[in-house]
Design a protein around this ligand. Structure first.
Ligand code: SAH
Length: 230
């Protein structure tokens, strides 16, 4: 897990954080009050500075109860949706995690707080670069950003204990199933182009179990196992 850096408030020397109150309110009203119970997820979302991952022009909205544009036609998901998916994923400190769709890097930072080692793949190069820069600046040394087609997974570090897909696919891309460790969990929005369900897939020694979750709307997964470009 990421080591504590000088960002914390412990020690009493930290500068006043003007966003702290909004972050606390977001955790209480958007997450706890709506039933998010995983304390590690709640704590991580109370720590990661979401405002850093949001473009300058929408920064005032950083803790709003909605998805926000991050450029290149992509979005940073609504905090509640992020929490639901992380709760389904249940990343543990000893886990190696693969994320498909780094986008702003926000969810990758949360994964960096919750898991041992994180690989996040992004198909849009400027987004991959920006996410990488912010994650470095914030000291998430256990998070690795890879520019490429995540519908193929990331074979060099497979298998993964946890895989989370942040873009919608018609089905779980076969390479991701293959790169999931036995006993591992995969969370992905699966369905049509404009409406999906977040599913949880658990890989067993023999076969796998799939459970359907919340309805959701994600941007389409591109690449070889995603939607064809229009
Ligand atoms: N997790 C992000 C939100 C992701 S939005 C955050 O916290 O901000 C979905 C992202 O998936 C977009 O950035 C999009 O460019 C990316 N994407 C779509 N298809 C992809 C693919 N095949 N491989 C990697 N990234 C992909």
């Amino acid at each position: 897990m990421r080591r504590e850096t000088t960002r914390g408030n412990e020690g009493g020397r930290a500068a006043h954080d003007p966003w702290a109150e909004q972050r606390r309110a977001m955790v209480q009203r958007q997450l706890r009050d709506r039933g998010i119970r995983n304390e590690r997820v709640l704590e991580a979302m109370g720590r990661v500075p979401r405002e850093k991952f949001v473009p300058e022009e929408s920064r005032a909205q950083a803790y709003a109860d909605r998805a926000l544009p991050v450029g290149e036609g992509q979005t940073i998901s609504q905090p509640y949706m992020v929490a639901v998916m992380l709760e389904m994923l249940d990343p543990r400190p000893e886990n190696r995690v693969l994320e498909i769709g780094a986008g702003s890097g926000y969810q990758a930072a949360l994964l960096g707080e919750l898991a041992g080692e994180v690989y996040t793949v992004e198909i849009v190069e400027p987004l991959a670069r920006r996410a990488e820069a912010i994650l470095r600046e914030l000291g998430y040394d256990n998070v690795h950003v890879i520019y490429g087609d995540g519908s193929l997974g990331y074979p060099p570090r497979a298998p993964y204990d946890r895989i989370i897909v942040a873009a919608a696919a018609p089905q779980v891309p076969p390479p991701l199933r293959e790169q999931l460790a036995v006993g591992g969990r995969l969370v992905a929005p699966v369905g049509s182009r404009y409406a999906q369900r977040c599913i949880l897939l658990e890989r067993r020694a023999e076969g796998s179990a799939e459970t359907g979750g919340l309805e959701c709307v994600f941007v389409p997964l591109r690449g070889e196992h995603g939607w064809r470009e229009e």
